[in-house]
Design a protein around this ligand. Structure first.
Ligand code: KIV
Length: 271
């Protein structure tokens, strides 16, 4: 049985919750085998693997396909499908259908919604239907056009209090956890204290119940990454080394060698 909503609730406060993104089977397997609690099939796939400039073009079909690949490769971690821009919040039944597809067809364990006043009722309805919801406040990148960029949020008392009220509203609506992105660490700490569901921070300081990062940043595959992220390996250099090695070996005739080839002794001349 994969990590459950209840497991995360029990862990919070005692041990730190770990979450990473993944968008395909081989990397999901690595993340799962490393013992990470939650794999988020983030809409960051737009930039990280699909070649878009933002998360906005990501579709329900892309999310479903990537989520299914991740779920097939994951045994232990909870798999959370990050609902793409406008796949929720426009029409309730369409949102329920889109979220439902992630559990019914892609075998996700939960969905994440970039949250706001417009997602409180939807969260309640989804939870009522048996779809666990991870909420997301602070910087919600699907709103970058409205926010004027990817800026820190909750930087004055009024906006920080609004965030706290929304966090409480989503807890009350039944969300099982809350991502806090790019908010001052003292705001994240106070929200974490004020609610009972686990908070998972990214750019939110050390006092949330858990942490999440984008896998490409962790791997060292991103050309640019935010200051609050960190690189824990240099996978890009290793991939470059492998590809260069292959090209050189083919060009020099070193590859394929005799152990990579098979000669059929029964065949003489065919022309
Ligand atoms: O899409 C994503 O990767 C996210 C995380 C940064 C929380 O939403």
């Amino acid at each position: 049985m994969a990590t459950t909503v209840q497991d995360l609730a029990e862990k919070a406060g005692d041990e730190r919750i770990t979450m990473l993104t993944a968008y395909d089977a081989p990397t999901a397997e690595i993340v799962d085998e490393a013992g990470v609690d939650v794999i988020l099939v983030g809409d960051s796939m737009g930039n990280a693997v699909l070649g878009y400039d933002s998360t906005l073009p990501v579709t329900v079909e892309e999310t479903q396909s990537r989520t299914a690949a991740v779920a097939r490769a994951t045994d232990e971690a909870m798999v959370v499908a990050d609902m793409p821009f406008l796949s929720y919040g426009v029409d309730e039944s369409e949102a329920i259908e889109n979220c439902g597809r992630m559990l019914k067809e892609a075998e996700a364990n939960a969905v994440k919604l970039e949250s706001g006043p417009h997602t409180v009722e939807l969260t309640e309805r989804l939870v009522e239907l048996g779809i666990p919801v991870m909420a997301h406040l602070g910087l919600t990148p699907q709103r970058f056009n409205q926010l004027g960029g990817y800026f820190r949020q909750g930087t004055d008392e009024e906006s920080a209090s609004e965030m706290l009220e929304l966090a409480k509203a989503h807890e009350e609506a039944g969300a099982f956890s809350l991502v806090l992105e790019h908010v001052p660490s003292n705001v994240a700490a106070q929200i974490t204290d004020a609610i009972d569901i686990p908070t998972i921070g990214i750019g939110a300081g050390p006092d949330t119940d858990g942490q999440v990062l984008v896998l490409n940043d962790v791997f060292g595959l991103s050309d640019r990454s935010p200051y609050f992220s960190d690189q824990f390996g240099d996978v890009k250099a290793e991939m470059e080394r492998a590809v260069e090695g292959y090209r050189e070996a083919v060009e020099s005739g070193e590859f394929p060698a005799s152990e990579h080839s098979y000669e059929e002794a029964e065949i003489d001349e065919i022309y």
